[in-house]
Unconditional design. Structure first.
Length: 54
């Protein structure tokens, strides 16, 4: 998957922040859902060995 533009992942973050405090892991799941990422894409590792969406 190509990297999304800055605004695409920020929309769900701002929507969740408007409702109140939330956990980073929950925000990451919402972003992945909004971007319609498959399970395989969600499990892709960065060069550092960390998950992209965690």
């Amino acid at each position: 998957m190509t990297s999304p533009d800055y605004e695409s992942p920020m929309r769900p973050v701002l929507r969740l922040a408007a409702v109140g405090e939330t956990r980073v892991a929950d925000v990451a799941e919402h972003i992945a859902d909004d971007l319609c990422l498959s399970q395989a894409e969600r499990e892709e590792l960065l060069p550092s060995g960390r998950l992209q969406f965690q």
